[in-house]
Design a protein around this ligand. Sequence first.
Ligand SMILES: *[C@@H]1O[C@H](CO)[C@@H](O)[C@H](O)[C@H]1NC(C)=O
Ligand SMILES: *[C@@H]1O[C@H](CO)[C@@H](O)[C@H](O)[C@H]1NC(C)=O
Ligand SMILES: *[C@@H]1O[C@H](CO)[C@@H](O)[C@H](O)[C@H]1NC(C)=O
Ligand SMILES: *[C@@H]1O[C@H](CO)[C@@H](O)[C@H](O)[C@H]1NC(C)=O
Ligand SMILES: *[C@@H]1O[C@H](CO)[C@@H](O)[C@H](O)[C@H]1NC(C)=O
Ligand SMILES: *[C@@H]1O[C@H](CO)[C@@H](O)[C@H](O)[C@H]1NC(C)=O
Length: 546
Amino acid sequence: MELSQGAKAAACVLVLGLLVIDASQVSAVQRNKCALRVVDKTNQKAVCVCNATYCDNLVFKWPQNPGEAYLVESSRTGSRLDVSKLVNADWDWCGKVDNKLVVDLDREHQSILGFGGAFTDAGGINVMGLPEVLRNKLVETYYGEHGSQYNFGRVTISGIDCSTHPYSYDDLPKGEKDYNLTKWSLAPEDLKYKIPLIKQALEMVKTYNSSLKLFGSSWSPPAWMKDNESLVRGHLIDSDQIYESYAQYLVKFYNAYKSHGIEFWGGTLQNEPIAALSPGYNFNSLELRDADAVRLIRHLGPALAANGYTKDKFKLMVGDDNLGSINDQVRYIMSQKEVYPYVAGLAFHWYRNLEPNIYQKLTEIYDQIKDHIEFALMTEACIEPGREVPVDLGSWPRGERYANDIIEELLRQSGGWIEWNMALDEQGGPNWVRNFLDAAIVVSNNKTEFYKQPMYYALAHFSRFFRPGSVRVDVNMDVISPSEDNKELANKDVSAVAVHKKDTGHVVVNILNKSDEPKMLIVKTLDVGRAVRIQGKSINTVVIKL
Ligand SMILES: *[C@@H]1O[C@H](CO)[C@@H](O)[C@H](O)[C@H]1NC(C)=O
Ligand SMILES: *[C@@H]1O[C@H](CO)[C@@H](O)[C@H](O)[C@H]1NC(C)=O
Ligand SMILES: *[C@@H]1O[C@H](CO)[C@@H](O)[C@H](O)[C@H]1NC(C)=O
Ligand SMILES: *[C@@H]1O[C@H](CO)[C@@H](O)[C@H](O)[C@H]1NC(C)=O
Ligand SMILES: *[C@@H]1O[C@H](CO)[C@@H](O)[C@H](O)[C@H]1NC(C)=O
Ligand SMILES: *[C@@H]1O[C@H](CO)[C@@H](O)[C@H](O)[C@H]1NC(C)=O
C-alpha cells in the first residue's frame, strides 16, 4: 500500500513516539538498574556501584515471536544495558536515517567461542578478600545467568606481575636442580584464591546449563631451568632434560587442578614469549626464540597427550603475545609439520592496538596459518596506563576502546575476547613490580563495595549476547544520502558486527557509536528493517527473533 505524503508524515510522528518502548513495559525484561555514581561530571565518568545488598543485573528473555526485536544500550551519558523494544521501519524511514545496516545471513564466518576474564593472583586476592555476600555478588555479575554469562577463564600458572611476590611451583636454592620435580607443589595463591574462585564460577554457570572453558598460561619456569637463573626474562637452558622437565612441570599444573575437580579446555604455550625480549620487561617471563618454541612443543605436546590432554580435548595455543610481534614466530612454528598434532589455535593480545593498521596483522597471520588451526582467540587485554592513571574510574573512552577492539577482532576471525584481571584494587594492584593496571571491576579498599566500569558493560554486550556457538555473519553498512565526507565520517564513527544464533533463530548486531552525535539507523534482516536510534558515544545490541 502506498501511503500519501500526509499519511506518511503522520505515521512518522506516531512511530517516533513509539520508537522507544520503555523497558518497564517490556515483559521480557526485569532488572536491578545500575546504581550510577558519577565520579567526574565534566568528563562524564561514572560507575555502577554494587554493595552487599544491591547490584545491578539484567534478566533478559530472548524474544520468542518471529520479528520481535530489542535494543540493549549503554552510553557515556549513563545508560547501562538498558532495554527497549524496536519497531519495524522502511529504508527511507521518515527521511531521518543516517546509516543502514544489512545483515547477510548467507555469508558466514567463524563460530563464537566466547568471552571472559582471567583468574590471576591479583584478581583472586581482591575477590576472595571481600565479605562472602559481596564476593558472591561479584562472581554472579561475571558468571551468573543475569550477569555477563562469562564462559571463558584464563588461569595463570604460578607467579606473574599481578602477584604479591615472585615465585614458581618448584623454587630451589641457587645451584640445585629438581629434574624429576619432586619438590613441585601448588602455591598458597592457588589454594586460597584461584581454586575456590574457579569452583564458585563453575557452580554458577551450571545453574543455567552453561559451561566454562578454562585455559592455562605460564609466565616463567623455575629459575633453575633458565640460563640466567632468574624468574625474569632469560631462556630455558639448552638441554632436552630441561625442556622435558618444564613440559612435565606444566602438565603437573593441569593434573593438580584436575585433582581439585577443575578440568581445562586448553592452554597457551607461553605467555608473551616475544615481549619478554624487551629490556624493560621486569617481571616473570621467558624468552622463546622461534626454534625454542618448536622444541618446547616437541616435549609438551606428547607430555600433554600422555596425560589425556589430546588435541581433541585440550586446545594448545601458540602466539599469546601482541599482534604484529608474534607474526614471525607463529608463522615459523606453523611451518613445522611436527607441531600439527598438538597445536589447535592462535592466541594473541591486544596491547599494540593503537598502532596504525595493527588489525591488518591479524588478518595476515590468520590467513597464513588458517589451514592448520581451528580458531583464533584474543587471550589478554587491559588498559596499560602509560602516562595516565592506572585506574581511571568510570572512564567511557576505556570502555569504548574495549568495544572497538572486540569488534575489529571479531571482524577478523577471532573467536572471542578475554580480559585480564577480573578485579583490581583502587590502585590497580596488587602487583609486585608496581605495574598497576585497570580492570572492568575495581574493588573498594574498605571492601564494602565494588565498581563496574564502562569496560564491564562493553564486554557484557558481547559475552551476554554473542553466545558460544553463534556464527558471525556479514553486516554491510551504508550511509544514506551521503556526501563523500559524510560517508567517511559515518564509517569512522560507527562500527558493527553481527552473529546468527542458529540454535534459537536469533540475529544479534552490536553497534558502536564513537561519534558525539546521536544517529538513526535501520537494521535489516531478511528484508525487514528496524529503526534504531543510537545515542552518541554508545554501545548497542540489537536482538532480533527471525
Ligand atoms: C547499597 O546500595 C543500595 C543501592 O545503591 C543503597 O540503597 C544502599 O543504601 C547501599 N547499602 C549500603 C550499606 O551502603
Ligand atoms: C628421575 O626419574 C627417573 C625415572 O623415574 C629415574 O631414573 C632417575 O633416577 C630420577 N632422577 C633423580 C635425580 O631422582
Ligand atoms: C537446564 O537443563 C535442564 C535439563 O535439560 C532443564 O530441566 C533446565 O530447565 C535447564 N535450566 C535452564 C536454566 O535452562
Ligand atoms: C635474564 O636474562 C636476560 C637476557 O636474556 C638478562 O638481560 C636479564 O638481566 C636477566 N635477568 C636477571 C635477573 O639476571
Ligand atoms: C568505602 O569506600 C568507598 C570509596 O572510598 C566509600 O564511598 C564508602 O562510603 C566507604 N564505605 C565505608 C563503610 O566506609
Ligand atoms: C552516534 O551518536 C551521535 C551523537 O549522539 C548521533 O548523532 C549519531 O546519529 C549516532 N550514530 C548512530 C549510527 O546511531
